[in-house]
Design a protein around this ligand. Structure first.
Ligand SMILES: *[C@@H]1O[C@H](CO)[C@@H](O)[C@H](O)[C@H]1NC(C)=O
Ligand SMILES: *[C@@H]1O[C@H](CO)[C@@H](O)[C@H](O)[C@H]1NC(C)=O
Ligand SMILES: *[C@@H]1O[C@H](CO)[C@@H](O)[C@H](O)[C@H]1NC(C)=O
Ligand SMILES: *[C@@H]1O[C@H](CO)[C@@H](O)[C@H](O)[C@H]1NC(C)=O
Ligand SMILES: *[C@@H]1O[C@H](CO)[C@@H](O)[C@H](O)[C@H]1NC(C)=O
Ligand SMILES: *[C@@H]1O[C@H](CO)[C@@H](O)[C@H](O)[C@H]1NC(C)=O
Ligand SMILES: *[C@@H]1O[C@H](CO)[C@@H](O)[C@H](O)[C@H]1NC(C)=O
Ligand SMILES: *[C@@H]1O[C@H](CO)[C@@H](O)[C@H](O)[C@H]1NC(C)=O
Ligand SMILES: *[C@@H]1O[C@H](CO)[C@@H](O)[C@H](O)[C@H]1NC(C)=O
Ligand SMILES: *[C@@H]1O[C@H](CO)[C@@H](O)[C@H](O)[C@H]1NC(C)=O
Ligand SMILES: *[C@@H]1O[C@H](CO)[C@@H](O)[C@H](O)[C@H]1NC(C)=O
Ligand SMILES: *[C@@H]1O[C@H](CO)[C@@H](O)[C@H](O)[C@H]1NC(C)=O
Length: 722
């Protein structure tokens, strides 16, 4: 998807091949050193302890409630005499959202006259949904007769000292059961027992707890694991980058039948492999559409590409004979989603670009071709050149829509162009041409059918509920409008228009809603998905002159999530008044909502691969928008890191330092207006303007003055206005 930047100019750089060191040399003073370590949210170790006991929530006879924090050397004791109606209770707070297997070390217990005392545990990501049942527990996704628990985990506390671990299963046949891995911030503990657990546990007696821990099960993203990092002059944006990484880390885990979504997701071909789940708490199944964001976050933060590759390979291996690719392993690979096969294509292209794994592309080339040509392509001609969704399939948000939907068509364009780029890389120019020309005809037809000139944005495209087929409901959606820009389906004036309309029509204190009204369903105009907002935000950074609206939207969206319980991690969806959109069921740590990471690394630093494994790259930082004066950071590549540091100086100059691995080359986009002069000096030599060079994908140019420089790997210092 090469586009040419109008008004941009190429600069010759013959004299700047850097010789010498093949090893990347860090320049810590200029490029940040370790100053970013303080933003990292990961626990420092696989074994972590709660941070505090919520004082207001300790009830009944609990002595030394802080004892289980391990601080004061004596245990916490819960005592309940026979007949006491109120159960001794305490709530531990792990300080932030965490995931893993809880363990409790007991100092002992005393029986009531009937036998061993029982403990119950309930988990929640937020205080709001912390009750006497977990906000979500794995058994909630099981059929009635198969549930291990009804929302609490049970313990029959032995009289001796020992450590109990929250494994999936039951202490006695099918009694005294626990649900295993939990994603949570708060855990409520109380002395009680299910009647159905008799005679093994009783709701009376005394229990002493000497410590409480969590065995972290996910990716432990300590500072030494970061191959990429980010810092800028806005402390919030910097912190949210690390919060996004932590959110994706929480969902990166080994696929195990007893720890994943129990709705027939267990899969012998995934068992034991590292994957990126959709969420830490639920559903704990790897969904390919979610990877469109979550995998980028992983590539840009850690060298942990297997978590994505394993999923893409497994889903491709389960392709249906008509070309459809399952979205995830749920329902034994049969959950009907319409858009996810197209996301598989986009994610596969991203994998190749970030990792250089062209073998993967070769191996699964036919899978890609079959989904684009057979599954989707065959229906185009009969429907006047566009995808017409006629089946009952859902999509990333299970939306009640069919017909000629802007989102599906714009995503198809995006997938076709991604595939065309891969085909070119693999030397298959015939497919590349076919897909490129199909992409442009779908773009053209989409604009002709679904553009709404009355507001200057795309209609969603389908009929209103109960309206005749081929009528168009007067509703506009974030997904289609964002993707239309990112897929290059519209020019920059239409992009500006639709982004303007969309921002004004849907702005909420907690982000931009995913629909501008409720004609399709109640509440749609109040619901925000950080996932689909990512594509609209990227469109704002990619469109000249609209980056200030991107920063403004990011501040609302990420600002909201980071200041509301559980804080730090980013939510699956946001509902009316900024609440979790599906109440306690909502996953409050969902990798698909971590778009802040690619937004900062790909746009604000501006680093993106243009060839497999960053063999070629572009560095096109977005420096306008009125928020930032400097940014710096690193993107890891298979050939070594790419580092960028830019600053707008008080004296009217602009400085950009880059370092890229030897043997690579790329294009640097330098803003050349708004400074003391438009003189551009690189490595001490004034650079001269020549001709246009290709830049991949739409990029922000902040209007006219913008200079493109071809550069080779090594270190370069570029100054503007000197
Ligand atoms: C914890 O205490 C607060 C303040 O009294 C109360 O609002 C909340 O409902 C309590 N939560 C639980 C789980 O008991
Ligand atoms: C609370 O339990 C302890 C034993 O752990 C007991 O000594 C104490 O009397 C109990 N307090 C009340 C108010 O019942
Ligand atoms: C406590 O109850 C358990 C189970 O009924 C029993 O095995 C154990 O001996 C009892 N312990 C004491 C100290 O009574
Ligand atoms: C908590 O449990 C009690 C029974 O022990 C029940 O009556 C009550 O409705 C439950 N509360 C919530 C919020 O689930
Ligand atoms: C859950 O609750 C239902 C209804 O009360 C009950 O029939 C079932 O046995 C309970 N299951 C478990 C595992 O506690
Ligand atoms: C799931 O099973 C594996 C063995 O296959 C075990 O190692 C792991 O601890 C179990 N997880 C839970 C939460 O019980
Ligand atoms: C899943 O589907 C495959 C292929 O259709 C079948 O062989 C397998 O038995 C199914 N597994 C389960 C658990 O239903
Ligand atoms: C293509 O059309 C067939 C027949 O109407 C339908 O069954 C199938 O779901 C359509 N595929 C897509 C991707 O819309
Ligand atoms: C889309 O499919 C529906 C349902 O089959 C049909 O009624 C409609 O005419 C189709 N639209 C176009 C433009 O082909
Ligand atoms: C953008 O596209 C629209 C619709 O095709 C066209 O009317 C307009 O002139 C184009 N604008 C630019 C700047 O090319
Ligand atoms: C919204 O409307 C105002 C006034 O027309 C305009 O200045 C602004 O740029 C628009 N766009 C967004 C995204 O807020
Ligand atoms: C402008 O300020 C920058 C940053 O302080 C400095 O590096 C540069 O030398 C200054 N340039 C001129 C021309 O004063």
């Amino acid at each position: 998807m090469a586009t040419f930047l109008r008004g941009a100019t190429l600069v010759a750089l013959a004299a700047h091949a850097v010789s010498g060191a093949a090893v990347f040399k860090p320049r810590d003073d200029a490029l940040g050193g370790n100053s970013w370590h303080k933003y990292v949210r990961s626990p420092s170790d696989y074994l972590l302890r709660p941070q505090s006991i919520l004082p207001a929530n300790t009830t009944g006879n609990v002595t030394n409630p802080d004892g289980l924090l391990g601080g004061n050397g004596s245990p916490t004791t819960l005592t309940r005499n026979e007949g006491d109606t109120s159960a001794p209770t305490l709530v531990v707070d792990f300080g932030q959202n965490v995931v893993g297997i809880v363990s409790i070390t007991f100092a002992g217990s005393s029986n009531s006259s009937e036998g061993l005392p029982g403990l119950k545990l309930a988990f929640s990501e937020t205080q709001q949904y912390l009750t006497n049942v977990s906000d979500f527990t794995r058994s909630d996704n099981m059929a009635a007769g198969q549930k291990l628990t009804n929302g609490t985990d049970q313990i029959a506390v032995s009289n001796e000292e020992y450590t109990w671990k929250d494994y999936t299963g039951c202490q006695f046949n099918n009694q005294v059961c626990s649900d295993g891995v939990h994603g949570f911030r708060y855990m409520k503990i109380w002395l009680d027992a299910l009647e159905s657990d008799s005679p093994y546990t009783q709701p009376y007696g005394s229990v002493s707890i000497s410590s409480n821990e969590l065995e972290w099960s996910a990716y432990l993203g300590t500072p030494d694991t970061f191959t990429g990092w980010f810092e800028c002059s806005d402390e919030d944006l910097t912190q949210w980058w690390y919060d996004g990484v932590y959110t994706a880390d929480m969902g990166t885990d080994v696929f195990r039948a007893n720890e994943t979504d129990p709705r027939n997701s267990a899969s012998p071909t995934l068992e034991g492999k590292e994957v990126l789940f959709d969420g830490a708490k639920r559903d704990r199944d790897p969904y390919v559409g979610d990877l469109a964001v979550a995998a980028l976050t992983t590539y840009l933060s850690h060298d942990n590409t297997d978590a994505t590759r394993n999923i893409l390979a497994d889903l491709a291996n389960h392709q249906r004979s008509d070309g459809w690719i399952p979205p995830a392993s749920i329902n034994n690979y049969t959950l009907d989603l319409y858009d996810y096969p197209m996301w598989w294509v986009v994610c596969t292209a991203n994998l190749v670009m970030y990792t250089g794994d062209t073998d993967f592309a070769t191996q699964y080339y036919d899978v890609m071709k079959k989904t684009l040509d057979d599954y989707f392509g065959q229906n185009l001609t009969s429907n006047g050149g566009l995808l017409n969704k006629t089946n009952g399939y859902g999509d990333y948000a299970f939306l009640p829509r069919s017909g000629i939907i802007t989102y599906y068509n714009a995503l198809y364009v995006h997938a076709l162009k991604s595939a065309a780029h891969l085909a070119t890389i693999l030397g298959n120019s015939a497919d590349s041409q076919t897909w490129t020309s199909r992409a442009s005809s779908v773009s053209k037809d989409l604009l002709a059918r679904n553009w709404d000139p009355a507001v200057g944005a795309f209609f969603d495209g389908g009929p209103c509920p109960n309206a005749a087929a081929d009528t168009i409901c007067n509703v506009h959606a974030q997904d289609g409008n964002g993707l239309a820009v990112l897929s290059g389906s519209v020019n920059s004036s239409l992009a500006t228009s639709l982004l303007d309309y969309y921002g004004n029509a849907t702005s909420k204190p907690y982000g931009n809603a995913f629909y501008d009204n409720d004609l399709l369903s109640t509440g749609f105009s109040e619901r925000v998905y950080a996932f689909i907002s990512y594509f609209e935000l990227a469109a704002r950074f990619a469109t000249p002159g609209t980056s200030s609206s991107a920063f403004e939207e990011i501040k609302r969206l990420y600002g909201w999530m980071s200041t509301h319980d559980p804080e730090i991690t980013f939510w699956e969806g946001i509902g009316p008044n900024g609440s979790p959109y599906e109440e306690g069921f909502t996953s409050m740590a969902h990798g698909w909502s971590t778009g802040i990471v690619p937004l900062m690394s790909n746009y604000v630093l501006g680093v993106r691969p243009t060839g497999p494994g960053f063999e070629t790259w572009q560095i096109c930082p977005v420096i306008d928008g009125g928020v930032l004066t400097w940014a710096r950071g690193q993107v890891g590549t298979p050939r070594g890191p790419i580092r960028v540091s830019w600053s707008k100086n008080n004296n009217g100059t602009f400085g950009l330092e880059i370092e890229a691995p030897e043997g690579t080359s790329g294009v640097v986009c330098v803003p050349s207006t708004g400074f003391k002069s438009d003189r551009v000096v690189m490595d001490g030599e004034e650079v001269k303007q020549m001709a246009d060079v290709p830049v991949f994908g739409p990029i922000a140019t902040s209007g006219e003055g913008f200079t493109l420089i071809q550069a080779k790997g090594g270190s370069h210092t570029i100054l503007v206005g000197v």
